[in-house]
Unconditional design. Structure first.
Length: 379
């Protein structure tokens, strides 16, 4: 097993630069065991799971027990983060937390997160409602050390959650190809709040299956390697890796201690990526300033045009299609309206500093990305 460096996730947990996300290894008990064993051998000490990941918690608990019986346990023990969906009343929440611990075979876990703090009502529940009482009880009963949250919500909501000083860590969408939340992450880190990046490999653009164009643009690096290095160099506490088989951790094993600043070649390639994408997009590049908002028809213009940027600029077409066709099918986890909600009223046009033909671009985005929706892994 490699000696791996660790960073503070909040005030009570020291975690490896990579975190094993358990969702993709939940196909069988043996699959989970083999992946957790490989994670241990790679130097990972942090495991992330949730009740909504099917049987992941139970499989994880059994795998940890078996590995420890075989003498495989990280120095200081495993750090475990699980989650609870917002909205539960106190008694129901207590029942859920007890079940989490039972499935994991633990009397206590390090970190408990609000799973999907995506709406204002979720934040209110967590810091002023039943959630606040629930988390206080869990700490008093010595069941958890720290409280945090994951969020797929708006930037303004995430800022409000972090400024409440209620949470010790957060899980955010932070990606090389989507840097909107990076300033929030930097501020959280300055405040001593741990920051976990949600799946830079998958949610960052399905970078484990890059197009040939993206491979060429990233030479001599693999796109996923560059994406990992970008976030690690920014000081992000830990990056989640959703491995389904041991070989999915090969790159992690090589980068487990790669927290040094970007070197000149890495910076050069990242600039090259940006330059080539801008050239491909030409006058249709959306710079994500959001001055087109608010839309009178509630069309999420910047998010839709971000997908257009990714598909055309970086040839992340498969990823962009996957995200586009999830719109309206994932509740508060994702946008509700796609490009067809645009009525071509022109309200946004005079506000766009790039003078984009936004209605036409939205129509083009829909034609390019609309497809049969794909099933999500778990709830």
């Amino acid at each position: 097993m490699k000696e791996a460096m660790r960073r503070p996730l909040g005030s009570n947990s020291l975690v490896s630069l990579f975190t094993l996300g358990s969702m993709r290894a939940a196909s069988s008990q043996e699959a989970m065991y083999s992946v957790v064993k490989e994670a241990f051998q790679a130097g990972i000490n942090h495991l992330e799971t949730a009740p909504t990941y099917g049987p992941a918690e139970s499989f994880l608990g059994s795998s940890i027990k078996r590995l420890e019986q075989e003498g495989m346990k990280p120095e200081g023990g495993w750090v475990i983060t699980s989650k609870i969906l917002p909205g539960a009343e106190i008694k129901e929440g207590q029942r859920q937390i007890k079940k989490i611990l039972a499935r994991l075979g633990k009397s206590k876990i390090d970190n408990l997160a609000v799973h999907g703090l995506n709406l204002q009502e979720h934040l209110n529940w967590a810091i002023n409602g039943d959630g606040a009482e629930l988390f206080k009880w869990a700490k008093q009963e010595n069941m958890v050390n720290q409280i945090g949250f994951s969020s797929h919500g708006k930037t303004s909501l995430i800022k409000e959650a972090l400024s409440s000083h209620f949470f010790q860590f957060c899980s955010l969408h932070l990606h090389l190809f989507d840097q909107e939340r990076l300033p929030i992450a930097r501020e959280a880190l300055r405040e001593g709040i741990g920051v976990m990046a949600i799946s830079p490999a998958d949610k960052g653009g399905r970078l484990y299956e890059p197009s040939q164009t993206l491979l060429n643009d990233c030479e001599p690096f693999h796109p996923l390697e560059l994406a990992y290095r970008f976030l690690l160099a920014e000081g992000i506490t830990t990056l989640t890796v959703g491995a389904s088989k041991p070989s999915d951790l090969n790159l992690v094993k090589r980068l487990i201690n790669s927290a040094n600043p970007l070197n000149p070649l890495e910076n050069e390639v990242i600039e090259r990526l940006k330059s080539k994408a801008e050239k491909r997009l030409g006058e249709n590049l959306c710079k994500q300033c959001k001055k087109c908002l608010p839309c009178p028809n509630n069309v999420p213009i910047p998010e839709l045009l971000r997908l257009h940027n990714l598909a055309v600029g970086y040839e992340l077409v498969t990823f962009a299609k996957e995200r586009y066709n999830l719109i309206g099918r994932a509740g508060h986890w994702w946008e509700q309206l796609n490009s067809t909600a645009c009525k071509k009223c022109g309200d946004c046009l005079p506000r766009c500093p790039e003078h984009l033909s936004i209605p036409d671009l939205l129509e083009e985005t829909h034609k390019q990305l609309v497809d049969s929706p794909k099933r999500r892994l778990w709830g």
